[in-house]
Design a protein around this ligand. Sequence first.
Ligand code: GAL
Length: 365
Amino acid sequence: MKLIKKVLFAALVLLVSAGTVFAGGGSQGQSGKTLIGVVMPTRSEERWIKDGNAVKEGLEKLGYTVDLQYSDDDIPTQVRQIDDMITKGVKALVIASIDGSALSNQLANAAAAKIPVISYDRLLMQSPNVDYYVSFDNYKVGGQMGDILITGLNLNQATAAKPVIIELFAGSPDDNNSVGFYQGAMDKLKPYFDNGVLTVPSGQIERTVIGTLRWDAAEAQKRMENLLSAYYSGDVVLDGILSPYDPISLSCLEACKAVGYGSTPGKPLPVVGGQDCIVASCKSILAGEQYATVLKDTRSLGAATVTLVDTLMQGKTPTGLDTSSYNNGAKIVPSLLLDSVIVTKDNLKAAVLDTGYHTAAELGL
Ligand code: GAL
């Protein structure tokens, strides 16, 4: 219920003031309606399918025609899709990038054609031609990843006499969100590193060292396997993992299981969080394996984006945006930042099932 109120609030915040900014309205799709281009990074991750559907369905309900494309995590494909959309005469572009810095030419072309660009979930970097950013508060999301470990590992009860052992994973280095996730988590965990309660046997702590290109779960699994064989011989037992993304969490758990975690006395599965609240992680949480995840409701993000596009297409200026937090290297991008929710076994039913984010059937219940 709280989540739904937030969606409505986000939509209301976008209530408008007068003033025409973009051309809006005039451009027509095949059916004679205003055409909006929506580009998502990949179809192979559950969340982006939900995102794409939420934006498309929301816009169509308001009478827009939507060209929705998925880029197969391939930058040239994404470049081509955006070029095509500009040629087709879309009236607004909603872009979730693969590499946030790789689209500057396309963004310049969009600006020249007076097409407003909305950076969706991932910030488009190093370009002045980004008009709005709609996302979650990524630093806060990272803080929640830190909180998951603080609670799950009982760090407030632990002492430096028996340090808690963890390893760290970060997101894709070309995705600006990875910075917020890492910084938010590390700021929460810093006091426990400083007082010796937390230790990382591999010594791999810097974001550049622990990143996972394209959020690739197989790559993360390989890194976890290597860490386990290099630093966890003898009686060193891994207690927890900082993970920024559910598929990475699940792969790390697989790597741990393969060397006896969860099936050997004295070697329980490590505490691991995650992000995106995917079906497989919800099942794992219910089965007592993955400890928690962060739910970023794609329905809220989709609804906020639809309201923003509609506001612009009416020739109005959105208000109530954050105009200080997100500098993309070329400008501060006005942002709408939604709230996320930590999900554990205790609140999964209320946060995920009762809100309809996943159905009982999807979760195998
Ligand atoms: C990030 C996004 C995360 C996750 C990840 C992998 O940009 O904020 O929620 O989906 O990409 O796709």
